[in-house]
Ligand binder design. Structure first.
Ligand code: GLY
Length: 609
């Protein structure tokens, strides 16, 4: 295996696929196409190509490839480990209605073994082994891999690993991924011999080399066949580079090493003693430079808020490392220098990048200092209160620091953890935001997750959201446990809810469901949240969609003993906070086997009089 720089790997990739008749296309900006509301950022190369896969737009060529700038916020709080980054480069190749599985695997194999010189003994591909009712095991893919490797190197994995889509709806299909065996090193769990182990990082996923695009996931959750089959493939440049350069993490590759060295140089701090902070800084400064260069500015909503969080985290780290005021701008300069040859847009926007970072620093650095002082004052007050041993902030206390000093919640938690405080429960914090919203009627909806639309009254939507959990459970009790949520849209006026059920609901069934929901509201059941693994959630009988890539921990919301459902929140604290009487207004067919209801609250007053 020959040493290659990341840039050389990228060039080899493009040349290789060009030689296989792929047209090299430009990276899309980090901002998704206007009409794609499925995520805040471009999270993979195919993101901007979705319409080509579903036949809504015609492609310039039926074989494409590129290097795409991507940003995934899913891991943002976990940055600091060896192989995750918020911002990364993805090497992508696509067949739009052209080649299929056999050719996709042949290309990936040739590129890895011949162009990059990886040993086949270290390559461990996977194929889709079905755990989905509507998609069969990809036997064909398994057979293809047997032409290249011995059976023990080929693993079947389920939907969580081997069924891919960019977002909840749109083109998708079973996939094949190639893992690299890093060997039985210090991080090995001591047991696993194949990919799919959640305990260790022995097998590193380096290439999702064939997403076999053959379905379109509709809003109601159904899969409909695509008009033609396509291939989507994506490989993280950072990870491939780490393998080629023989490093056990992304930060020791030439994509990051100069940034890590510059952090040490500018702060005078030792990298090993501050490894986590160094990695977060290196990851976030790169993300910030590319976000700003793509025209994003820090703000309080959506993608602007993500940039703000990233910048504020950097400013906090700067303060922790006692770095000089110009630390971040000097570091940004380094990042720009490192990437400008391949990514002219960051050089073209260099002054803008520096100015935006400086401006955010100006707003936040002092506020952070004052906020930290306020935090300590709060701690002193707690010590003198009736509960002197309380080691947590209430949602209201945390929200005050957030609202007054602009300190993002995760930084409040970080400051707390340093003095032995527990994290602020998500539910409490969201409730504080929501009740503030209720009072001030300002729009802060951008901070919420969980499928809520962004306008309107968040507190009302929060009530509907909890009601939707009650309704789903009530439906399962009245109609049977086959009922599953197939889609949901909540405004501040109504819930629209799709669910699997073969028949029209009778008026008696509707009444039973309404009564069950209203009884739980009347009982004022407490809403609680717990974080757990998918396995644990399943064991506890939680319902909900398990198939998304949730990472290690998922949130499970319980409403008394009545309902237990996987969800990102937000929810009310007690069912009694739901104001009004629940009523199903309309029931109709949504698609085959899926029914749709629209439900509202009648005001209490109306019912009582
Ligand atoms: N587009 C394939 C992936 O991101 O894994």
């Amino acid at each position: 295996m020959q040493f290659l720089t990341a840039h050389q790997i990228q060039e080899k990739f493009l040349k290789f696929f060009e030689s296989k008749n792929h047209l090299i296309i430009k990276s899309h900006s980090l901002i998704p196409p206007k009409d794609d509301k499925s995520s805040l950022f471009v999270t993979s190369g195919m993101h901007s190509l979705k319409k080509l896969f579903i036949g809504q737009e015609k492609s310039k060529a039926n074989r494409l490839c590129n290097v795409q700038k991507c940003l995934r916020t899913i891991d943002i709080d976990g940055i600091g480990d060896t192989y995750h980054n918020t911002f990364f480069f993805m090497l992508g190749n696509w067949s739009i209605g052209d080649y299929w599985k056999k050719e996709a695997i042949a290309f990936a194999w040739e590129f890895l073994t011949q162009e990059l010189g990886l040993s086949k003994d270290n390559l461990y591909p996977t194929y889709f082994e079905s755990d989905m009712p509507d998609v069969p095991t990809d036997i064909e893919m398994h057979k293809i891999w047997l032409n290249y490797l011995r059976p023990h190197q080929i693993t079947g994995l389920g939907k969580e690993d081997n069924f891919w889509s960019a977002g909840p709806t749109g083109p998708c299909g079973p996939s094949s991924e190639i893992y690299y065996d890093l060997g039985k090193n210090k991080d090995w769990c001591g047991k696993c011999e194949k990919p799919g182990c959640s305990k260790c990082g022995r097998f590193l996923e380096i290439w999702n080399c064939a997403v076999c695009m053959q379905y379109n996931r509709l809003e109601n959750g159904d899969l409909e066949p695509l008009p033609f089959t396509s291939i989507d493939a994506g490989a993280g440049l950072e990870r491939i580079t780490s393998v080629i350069q023989g490093k056990d993490n992304n930060y020791d590759t030439d994509l990051f090493r100069p940034i890590m060295d510059e952090i040490a140089h500018l702060t005078g701090k030792n990298e090993q003693e501050n490894l986590n902070s160094f990695r977060i800084i290196a990851d976030h400064i790169r993300a910030a430079c590319f976000l700003i260069a793509d025209g994003i500015r820090p703000g309080n909503l959506d993608r602007e808020y993500v940039l703000r969080r990233v910048l504020r985290k950097l400013i906090r780290k700067q303060s922790l490392l006692e770095a000089k005021d110009d630390f971040l701008t000097k570091l940004a300069d380094k990042v720009i220098g490192l990437y400008e040859e391949w990514w002219p847009e960051i050089n073209g926007n260099k002054q803008m990048v520096i100015d935006v970072i400086s401006a955010e620093q100006e707003i936040f650095a002092k506020a952070l200092e004052r906020g930290i002082k306020e935090f300590h004052k709060t701690v002193e007050k707690i010590k003198k209160s009736d509960h002197p041993h309380r080691n947590y902030l209430t949602g209201e206390e945390a929200f005050y620091l957030y609202e007054t000093y602009g300190i993002p919640r995760e930084i409040i938690e970080e400051i707390g953890l340093e003095i032995g405080f527990m994290s602020v429960p998500t539910l409490d914090f969201q409730n504080a935001v929501a009740s503030h919203q209720q009072k001030s009627r300002e729009s802060m909806a951008g901070k919420f997750k969980g499928g809520l639309s962004e306008e309107g009254d968040v507190w009302k939507k929060t009530q509907f959201h909890t009601t939707a959990h009650l309704m789903l459970e009530a439906m399962r009790r009245v109609l049977g446990s086959h009922v599953q949520q197939k889609g949901q849209n909540i405004t501040d006026e109504r819930i629209r809810f799709d669910f699997s059920h073969p028949d029209k609901l009778t008026s008696i069934e509707i009444e039973k469901i309404e009564n069950l929901v209203n009884e739980q509201i009347k009982k004022d059941l407490p809403v609680s949240i717990a974080e757990m693994s998918v396995e644990e959630a399943k064991k506890q009988g939680a319902i909900g969609v398990f198939e998304d890539r949730y990472g290690d921990k998922i949130k499970v919301y319980s409403i008394g003993d009545f309902s237990k459902e996987i969800c990102g929140g937000p929810h009310v604290e007690r069912a009694g906070q739901i104001k009004g009487t629940f009523k199903i207004l309309k029931e109709e067919s949504s698609s085959k086997g899926v029914r749709r209801v629209k439900a509202i609250f009648k005001s209490r007053q109306f019912v009582d009089t």
